[in-house]
Design a protein. Structure first.
Length: 205
């Protein structure tokens, strides 16, 4: 049997090849679970050499983590904060809330499946914890900049702000999952959630 070759030239289609591997991994993972989702089977599904998977992701654990990050909408946080945010905290929060909420709604069943598997795989739990801390550092830097600029209160703990933000997003993502009117209500809900996060819920005296 001739050696399998990639159908996309790596120099011209790195991102396309990477995405194809991620899509194949998700498909095989849903069908076979973590243990059954071998890199060999994933490579066959993605129509690439198995070595291509290792070149892009390092190992199966990191590949699964990358799929989970993409499904949750958190894989591109650093790029978003560096390139998409304006510095206006209200509009920035609304952008992030919308990005994450839509990702969670779109991939809720996938995320649920992943979270069930994660609890059975200590190595994956540890890796996801590390990645969560890396993302948290990105948010800490952003909120710290807002504190230093006088936009946020000087006595705020950026880490606590992040925990509240993440908790709200998790609950919000579940809230709009399966809601037929979700798209119509989305902007209004995003605006209200951002307002609660920034201004609280007490009426102004």
């Amino acid at each position: 049997m001739p050696e399998q070759t990639d159908t996309i030239v790596e120099d011209d289609g790195v991102s396309e090849t990477r995405q194809r591997i991620l899509d194949a991994t998700l498909k095989v993972f849903i069908d076979k679970g973590y243990k059954g989702a071998t890199t060999r089977r994933i490579a066959q599904e993605a129509d690439v050499n198995e070595v291509t998977i290792f070149r892009h992701f390092g190992n199966k654990l990191k590949l699964i983590a990358a799929v989970l990050e993409q499904a949750s909408g958190s894989s591109d946080f650093e790029q978003i904060i560096q390139e998409q945010l304006s510095g206006d905290i209200r509009s920035d929060l609304e952008y992030l809330i919308k990005h994450l909420a839509l990702g969670r709604r779109k991939n809720w069943e996938t995320l649920h499946l992943f979270m069930c598997e994660v609890h059975r795989i200590p190595e994956l739990q540890e890796l996801m914890h590390q990645k969560s801390e890396e993302r948290e550092k990105i948010f800490i830097d952003y909120f710290q900049q807002q504190i230093e600029a006088g936009v946020l209160r000087a006595d705020l703990d950026p880490k606590m702000m992040i925990q509240i933000f993440r908790g709200a997003i998790f609950a919000y993502g579940r809230q709009i999952h399966g809601d037929e009117d979700g798209e119509n209500k989305l902007n209004e809900q995003v605006s209200q959630l951002a307002d609660i996060l920034l201004n609280g819920s007490l009426s102004k005296l």
